[in-house]
Design a protein around this ligand. Structure first.
Ligand code: HEC
Length: 205
């Protein structure tokens, strides 16, 4: 008796869960489209309850993330994240230096995210498999240059405006792109180039 009750409760919960996922996911097409599982079993034989929708529940965070993947080798992805964390630190230092009106520190922090040929080369590498990515990256560094320029003029308002413009390129890029780590074979297939040496001091392609 007890067992029957438990089984019934379990079944009821399964049906409820399946039904709620149907409601939550609607009819959007998902990457799991081709992995057909027979959900009629889970649904307790209610075949007419759109069993196809329940199969589209994503199982990884990456499946839920609709941004454009930027393919890169593992060491590049690691390097990019290190760079990113330093970009955020630079913004922190810029804001703090502005509050102190320490123009020299402000300019130094801004220069760290500013344009340089080395920085540009790195960005082009990161985006070698993703058309459009390095354009955003270069625009970011050029915009960051305007923070240093404003600091040289000791113009607080211009520093704030330039910082806002720069951070909006950060957030725009984050809204559009995500990292995707690929192996060397995939990298070569995507870029038509060889595997770059770790350290990013790459020859021009
Ligand atoms: C050209 C594109 C681009 C620009 C510009 C950019 N980022 Fe990123 N950033 C990325 C990508 C791609 C990731 C990886 C995101 C992912 O896969 O979820 C990332 C990740 C990060 C991370 C997470 C790092 C970690 O350890 O996981 C931080 C912090 C970050 N960015 C800060 C910044 C800041 C601050 C700026 C601007 C001052 C900035 N980024 C500008 C593309 C960009």
């Amino acid at each position: 008796m007890q067992r029957t009750l438990l089984t019934l409760t379990g079944l009821g919960l399964a049906v409820l869960f399946a039904a709620s996922t149907v409601v939550a996911t609607g009819h959007e097409a998902g990457p799991a489209d081709d992995e057909q599982v027979d959900h009629a079993t889970v649904m307790g034989g209610q075949e007419h309850a759109r069993p196809d929708a329940a199969q589209q529940v994503p199982t990884t965070a990456d499946e839920l993330d609709p941004r454009v993947p930027v393919a890169m080798l593992a060491f590049m992805a690691q390097h990019q994240k290190e760079q990113m964390r330093d970009h955020l630190l630079a913004i922190q230092e810029i804001v703090a230096a502005l509050a102190d009106e320490n123009w020299q520190e402000l300019e130094a922090a801004a220069s760290r995210i500013g344009y340089s040929d080395a920085m540009a080369g790195m960005c082009e590498h990161m985006g070698a498999a993703t058309p459009g990515f390095s354009d955003v990256a270069l625009r970011f560094h050029r915009t960051a240059d305007t923070i240093a320029e404003a600091a040289r003029r000791k113009d607080s308002k211009a520093v704030l405006e330039a910082t806002a413009a720069t951070v909006s390129v950060c957030t725009g890029c984050h809204a559009t792109y995500k990292q995707r780590v690929v192996d060397e074979a995939e990298w070569q297939r995507l870029t038509g180039t060889g595997v770059p040496a770790p350290g990013m001091h790459h020859p021009s392609e």
